[in-house]
Design a protein around this ligand. Sequence first.
Ligand SMILES: *Cc1c(COP(=O)(O)O)cnc(C)c1O
Length: 485
Amino acid sequence: MRMIEKLKELERISRELEPSGDKRKNWENKVLSYSHDFIDDLEHEKAYYHEDQKGKGILEFDISEEATSLDRLLEGNSRHLNTTGINPASGGHMGYIPGGGLYPSALGDYIAAVNNRYAGVFFAAPGAVRLENMLLRWMCRLMGFPENSAGNLTSGGSIANLMAMVTAREAHKLKARDFDKAVIYLSEQAHHSIQKAIRIAGLSEAHLRYIALDEDLRLSAAELEKAIIKDKKDGLIPFFINASLGTTNTGAIDPIQSIAEIAERYDLWFHIDAAYGGFFKLVSELETKFKGVEKADSITLDPHKSLFLPFGTGAILVKNKQALLKVHHYMADYMQDTADANEEISPADISPELTKHFRGMRLWLPLKLFGLRPFRAALEEKLYLARYFHEEIGKIDGFQVGPNPELSVAMVRFVPQNGSANDFNNRLLEEVRKDGRIFLSSTSINGVFWIRVAVLAYRTHLDKIELLLGILKEKKENLVKAYVV
Ligand SMILES: *Cc1c(COP(=O)(O)O)cnc(C)c1O
């Protein structure tokens, strides 16, 4: 009897976790009106909030026994989260690699969370797994991979690169005793997640060969081949080449076709890190730059960059499905009744994850709701915006520009009459950030400080580029005056 009373008491409280229909609607209305205000105000909001608190106020919202009202929580979110640091939703975000956060993806996440399908295993969620695999087959087709390739939706490009590294290590049957003879080829412009992957994959003893770059910062295929020949002669084990299809720094595309031939000739795993550039394949003008992509063993893509999704979705494509399975497939006793399905490969069998976010929904919903056409147009627009910026800023006296943008990143620096150019550009960048309407980042190439303009947020259009040109011109003039005094 006491047990029943206890259970009833517990049930009364635990049922608070299932709000009534009225309460749900009330919360929804608040969240929706908050979200719409956020989107509607974006045009006038900053791309970067230069403020001292750095979100400290959120610490007043530590976990407590008692409930807090949604109004208070939303207020905390706006005050301490949304108005500090970078605003990635803004069309003024042109630092690092922006993306944006398509609205239907938020609806997709909402549906995925409400339904909570177990998308890691075909047996548990056949429809959800089919949907994710269908999206991955679309990406495989886009890259010219055969139908029987495999892929996985990851949390981002870094994990995709890590999966490629581990898969290559196993496909080449490298054992711990081989690690200090193994050789990995990349360029200094490779994304640092590759080095991170090497370390996490246990390969920090491996030799890293940084292949020389041409003047447009592309890996030199001739130098690559020389290095491989020498390493083979020296009894080492060359096994992995990383090519960047769109470096993060400058958007440079390594010579894919030539690298593919070398990888084939010497039997190395050929990985293409296309986290930034991959979906530019949708722009027909760029088709030729993708020649040879289909020869890769693995490709990293990042829908949260060039498909404008909110953060949290990358992809790895691997041509040889068996190689992915060899690394990741594992059958636990308690999962024996999930073994039946051979129709579709389960994400859990080809990735380190078991239980996972149903990422497919946030990708599928916008792609289907909009169709591909506006995605192609947006990517082509970003390409032209970067070219336009590069051209226009180059016309202003004293500004020096980097290479012609291959994708949508342009580099620029101002060269003052006297004093250190690096200092000047550092201060110029700081002034742009204090202004906040546009957010830019910087990079150093051979000791030279460059301001980067990365156009990839889907909300960035011509007006924002004009605004940026105006801001750079104005801040530069103020600084020049300050330098003369
Ligand atoms: C962004 C990026 C990555 C890392 O991807 P995340 O999604 O940030 O983990 C890897 N490679 C390149 C070229 C990138 O631009």
